[in-house]
Design a binder for this molecule. Structure first.
Ligand code: C2E
Ligand code: MG
Ligand code: MG
Ligand code: MG
Length: 287
């Protein structure tokens, strides 16, 4: 009858889908208050030079501790922030917080390092982004050359002409730029060479298969070689094992980041890492 055929139009999994999207909607509305409620924080993950074994940089990573749900992954809430107009204020807060921390350590005589902050593709579309970044740098008092912005490959290749224009504006501030998650966007390096990029970060999905996968090994070797030819340095993300470190060392990779040396840690813990260098024993360094 009519009732039955009507009921059949609704797939069985719909309640679950509703629960999920409803959950995300609630989460989004909570995110509006996260800044005011002091639920956001920044953690730091070291980048280590394979030449010196020293910490040469740190990636700032955002954390959200929800009052009833606990820690929410950035993989969940960054997309929510991006689709609700919150990524701009949140992104500015991360930059201001990390820059102030960097300046504080500088004053205290803690060893210097390049501070990296992730920039969402959405933020690139923000009006007067370069002016806003310059203002945040001026307020914090750090040098532009001490800051690097990480921008994901997939975003940069969506509209390469526009990316060239926007990145040139940022470069003019004197800051450094890196391509994040390289390899996930299927673009060639020669294509990306139009962008004013200082550093390329090889996505951890590639590092994961080193050294077992012959194919990945050749690919990473070529990426590193070509990056160097184009004047870029290379950071490998997601280094978790000694074997991966050894392989990347042999392939002439410049820096590594990953759980093998340290997960992202609180500011206090990061400071302790900076003061207890080198993290890599001499036996593993490039000669
Ligand atoms: P990402 O920029 O590629 O950051 C690296 C991610 O890899 C971080 O995840 C880090 O914790 C994780 N990671 C580091 N070493 C290892 C390892 O050895 N093994 C594995 N499996 N993972 C490792 P996290 O902190 O969860 O952040 C995820 C993503 O969220 C980031 O990827 C970035 O795209 C985004 N994100 C985080 N903080 C911010 C932020 O302040 N602004 C923006 N726009 N995006 C952010
Ligand atoms: Mg990043
Ligand atoms: Mg990455
Ligand atoms: Mg990523």
């Amino acid at each position: 009858n009519d009732k039955q055929s009507g009921a059949r139009q609704f797939p069985r999994y719909q309640p679950a889908m509703n629960a999920n999207s409803r959950g995300l909607m609630l989460l989004r509305s909570d995110l509006y208050q996260a800044l005011d409620k002091d639920q956001l924080s920044v953690v730091y993950q070291p980048k280590i030079s394979l030449r010196t074994g020293l910490i040469v940089g740190a990636e700032s990573l955002l954390r959200w501790k929800h009052d009833s749900l606990g820690m929410i992954s950035p993989e969940t809430f960054i997309p929510l922030a991006e689709t609700s107009g919150l990524i701009e204020p949140i992104g500015e807060w991360v930059l201001a917080t990390a820059s102030a921390q960097r300046k504080c350590w500088q004053r205290e005589g803690v060893p210097p390092f390049l501070l990296s902050v992730n920039l969402s593709g959405r933020q690139l579309h923000q009006a007067m982004l370069a002016d806003k970044i310059k203002h945040i740098l001026d307020v914090s008092g750090i040098e532009p050359t001490d800051l690097e912005l990480e921008i994901t490959e997939t975003f940069l290749i969506q509209d390469i002409d526009n990316s060239v224009k926007l990145l040139n504006e940022l470069k003019a501030l004197g800051i450094k730029l890196s391509i994040d998650d390289f390899g996930t966007g299927y673009s060639s390096l020669n294509y990306l060479n139009r962008l004013p990029i200082d550093t390329l970060k090889i996505d951890r999905s590639f590092v994961k298969e080193l050294p077992q996968s012959r194919e990945r090994l050749d690919l990473v070797r070529n990426v590193i070689q070509l990056s160097h030819d184009l004047g870029m340095s290379v950071v490998a993300e997601g280094v978790e094992t000694q074997a991966q470190l050894d392989t990347l060392n042999t392939l002439n990779c410049d820096e590594i980041q990953g759980y093998f040396y340290s997960p992202p840690v609180s500011a206090g813990q990061f400071r302790a890492l900076l003061e207890n260098q080198p993290l890599i024993g001499k036996e593993y360094l490039q000669h």
